[in-house]
Structures are given as C-alpha cells and as structure tokens.
Design a protein around this ligand. Structure first.
Ligand SMILES: [Zn+2]
Length: 208
C-alpha cells in the first residue's frame, strides 16, 4: 500500500519535471493549437462578433462614453504608448517616401519657402536676436501690431512697400530686441543706417 503511494508520487514528480524542462515546447504547442482553431473558425467568429455588436449597439455607446469619462488618464497613457510604437514606423515610412520622391519633396519645400519667405525670414531673425538678447524678443503678434500701428508704412519715409524689421538703436550699438526698439522700415531706409532721420512716432501708441 505504501509502495503504491510512493510510485504515484514519483510519477507525479516526473511529470512535473518533464513539464518544467519542456515548458516552452508545451506552451508553443498550445499556442499552435489556438492558432489553428482561430483560423479554422475565423469567419464564423467574425460573424458572431458582428451580430453581437449590432444587437448591443446602444449598450456599447453608453459603455464607451462612460469608459472615456472615467479612464481619461489610462486612455492618454495608452495613446502615448501606441504613438511611440508608431513613431519609429512612421519615421521609416517617411524616409522611404522621401528617398523615392526626392525631386517632388524638394519642389514642395522650395515652393513653401518662396510663399512664406517674409515669415521665415522674420522667424530666423527673431530666433537669432532673442538668443543674443537673452530672453527679450518680439513675438510675431507684436510685430504685426507694430506694423499696423505704422499703417503698414515705413517709419522713416512713409512709403508703403515691402517692410523689414528695423532696430531704431541698432543691436550692435546695444539696442534691445524688444517691441519698443523695433519699427517697420523699407529696405532702403533699413540699410541707410548712419545718415537717416529719426523714425516718425506711430500715430497710435503701441499696446505691445
Ligand atoms: Zn523708407
């Protein structure tokens, strides 16, 4: 009787050891079975799922709304996670696209630069000056307001032509890159640094 029990225990232990040694194989076999079952019943299961979704449409809408309301943080985290996964993929796709369409991409970039030259020049200038002026700066909105205050005309000669940003006290002479030291000027007046009259004050005091 005791011998019988011992043999049962030994068989169990052997089984356990076998399972431990072959765990990966066993798991893979199970997964394989699952895969076979999944593909064999794919259409059937899809139809079932569709029927279920249709039968429970309203419930699902309510559930989804509630879920969205109560799991905002989880949803944000999840989205960020998927974005990271997709980022590398998107980067590679973009690279492939660029390599394939080199000419078209270059033409588009050139066209954009041409159409936005003023803006891009302004941004480059502002970035450079802000860096030098350490923290000061003129925002795009402030610059637009300044130009508007001058009626869209050069602060020196009053001509309504292509305007550039002019520093009344030049940066090289210690002038600040701030709204108070900036006026619109035509190219000619802007380049005539030394021998030019003081700029006309704008008709309306700037609110910037
Ligand atoms: Zn001018």
């Amino acid at each position: 009787m005791l011998g019988e029990q011992k043999r049962v225990e030994q068989r169990r232990a052997a089984k356990r050891r076998y399972r431990e040694r072959h765990l990966d194989e066993i798991l893979e076999k199970g997964r394989e079975k699952g895969r076979i079952y999944y593909y064999a019943h794919q259409e059937e299961n899809k139809a079932k799922a569709r029927a279920y979704r249709e039968a429970h449409r309203l419930e699902r809408v309510i559930y989804n709304r509630r879920y969205k309301r109560t799991h905002q943080e989880a949803i944000t985290t999840q989205r960020a996670y998927h974005r990271t996964l997709r980022r590398e993929d998107l980067r590679q796709k973009a690279q492939v696209y660029q390599d394939k369409n080199r000419e078209a991409v270059r033409a588009r970039v050139n066209a954009y630069h041409k159409a936005h030259r003023q803006e891009l020049n302004y941004r480059t200038l502002n970035r450079r000056l802000v860096k030098r002026a350490a923290g000061a700066g003129v925002t795009s909105d402030q610059w637009k307001a300044i130009v508007k205050a001058y009626g869209g005309a050069c602060a020196y000669c009053g001509r309504k032509t292509k305007l550039t940003m002019d520093h009344v006290i030049p940066i090289v002479k210690g002038g600040a890159h701030t709204p108070a030291n900036v006026v619109p000027a035509c190219r000619e007046c802007n380049s005539r640094k030394g021998s030019r009259p003081a700029p006309t004050p704008p008709p309306v005091r700037l609110l910037v």
